[in-house]
Design a protein around this ligand. Structure first.
Ligand code: ATP
Ligand code: MG
Length: 455
């Protein structure tokens, strides 16, 4: 981008809004301000050249989450940074899953704020149509070093030439879309048409999928082909398929069964040849039990179901993924992890999966001062690891490296001993020297910004 980057600050607290605006303006940004989610949406509609939104979460006039969900489908190039109250990690994770670029915990520090905004600005795609814009899945090689991902990839490659539907399931950010694209690339078929079912308003889904005749409904001034017709000869990817309104599901089922579509308001049927792929991070079986997803459609789509495992279940993929994502983010300048960074990456739970790792590596690429990344270049939540309670719960379910558990527990005890190392060593049954040595080792993996135990 050649012009001054435009940032929209959305904050209901007038004093904080003024402060943020001033701070960003003094850094040379063109700053706009809104007092709530609704106002912000209207503002964005009038100023499509705004590239970054910095928004508070709880506001009387439309929450940050509503704002994020409203723009996520419509303006995928927009980078949304949310500010959340300290300690509300769940809401932060939910937002990263919903497409937030990153989040900041309040109170927001100046350095963290400016860094994050700078990253969001440079992450802008050159143009909305660039095939390999940052963030476009499939821009790099697919990494699969763990046995379990090799197996998944094996299945993907085997079914690529088939024509039956495939349903990809798994948590947000695990790589469902990249795998769907891989199926298409290896299928030798025509166009790849992707539709995010969560991003289309319920009332328009039917017209989007099947098209409509002229005058089929108010506003249908011209006839239009649907996505099925657009994907003819190729692949139609129904992303977030669990969000498909119940009212449209029978029609989709009929189309899949008959191989024919009828535009809305049109009596003639057209046959199509489309390979259908679908993905969801929801548990479709429970959606069926709750009556939100039709069972017959499920069985149609899930002829083959591929469950993509979360990143925490395939630790062998973390390092090669991190290195590739780093190299991608830095144009090859940064491509290595030092020991402290590697340990932090392995000790973290990655609730946002590969997408969260990608964001962390983009950040690290801008912070790293040499060709390698240290733990201090990682987001605080990664380098500080998760809280002891959730870590112990996780350790009771899966196998974790001793160091991850040890570090979290030692730091927790030290905190509860009010930072008194003699007392902490007593509780832990360690001698003071050993405790000091451990703390020094761990501190070497931090840039001092984090919560270092005070002496
Ligand atoms: N195995 C992999 N190798 C390289 N990059 C990957 C891999 N898996 C995922 N990614 C990258 O991680 C990001 C998230 O992947 P993707 O969009 O496919 O996730 P998803 O499962 O569709 O998530 P959601 O449910 O939130 O839509 C993308 O940038 C993608 O390129
Ligand atoms: Mg996806």
């Amino acid at each position: 981008m050649t012009s001054t980057p435009r940032v929209l600050v959305v904050e209901d607290d007038a004093a904080l809004r003024a402060l943020l605006t001033e701070l960003l303006a003094s850094e040379g940004y063109d700053v706009h301000a809104s007092t709530g989610g609704r106002d912000a949406l209207a503002h964005l509609a009038q100023h499509p050249d705004i590239g970054v939104v910095l928004t508070d979460l709880l506001m009387p006039d439309g929450t940050g989450e509503e704002l994020l969900r409203a723009v996520a489908g419509r303006q995928p190039a927009l980078r949304v940074i949310v500010m959340t109250a300290f300690g509300s990690i769940e809401s932060a994770v939910r937002l990263v899953r919903a497409g937030a670029f990153d989040y900041l915990t309040k109170p927001v520090t100046t350095t963290e704020l400016l860094r994050t905004v700078a990253r969001a600005v440079t992450d802008q795609p050159v143009s909305a149509t660039t095939a390999h814009a940052p963030g476009t899945p499939g821009s790099g090689e697919l990494v699969a070093r763990s046995a379990i991902m090799k197996e998944v990839l094996g299945v993907v490659d085997r079914v690529a030439r088939a024509t039956h539907p495939v349903l990809f399931t798994g948590e947000s950010g695990v790589g469902k879309e990249v795998l769907a694209r891989r199926v298409h690339e290896r299928s030798g078929r025509g166009p790849f048409v992707a539709v995010n079912c969560a991003a289309i308003p319920d009332a328009s889904v039917e017209a989007e999928l099947f098209g409509h005749a002229r005058g089929a409904f108010p506003g249908a001034e011209r006839e239009r082909a649907g996505l099925f017709e657009a994907a003819n000869g190729g692949t139609l990817f129904l992303d977030e398929v669990a969000e498909l309104p119940l009212s449209v599901q029978p029609r989709l089922l009929r189309a899949l069964e008959s191989g024919e579509v009828r535009r809305m308001g049109d009596a003639t049927a057209t046959t199509f040849d489309v390979r259908v792929l679908a993905a969801t991070h929801h548990d479709l079986e429970s959606e069926m039990r709750e009556g939100r997803f039709r069972e017959d459609l499920y069985w149609r789509l899930a002829v083959l179901q591929i469950e993509v495992p979360p990143l925490r279940d395939r630790p062998d993929d973390i390092e090669p993924l991190a290195e590739q994502l780093l190299a991608e983010a830095s144009g090859g300048r940064v491509h290595r992890l030092d020991g402290s960074a590697r340990r932090a990456l392995l000790g973290y739970g990655w609730p946002g999966n590969v997408r969260e790792l990608r964001n962390a590596m983009q950040r690290a690429a801008t912070l790293a001062t040499s060709n390698h990344v240290a733990a201090g270049d990682l987001p605080p939540r990664v380098r500080e690891g998760e809280g002891i309670a959730s870590l112990i719960q996780r350790a009771s379910q899966e196998l974790l490296p001793l160091e991850a558990v040890e570090r979290a527990y030692v730091l927790d005890v030290l905190k509860r001993a009010d930072g008194n190392k003699t007392r902490a060593a007593e509780i832990l049954g360690l001698d003071r020297k050993t405790l000091y040595r451990k703390l020094t080792e761990w501190a070497a993996g931090s840039d001092g910004e984090g919560q270092q135990p005070s002496s």
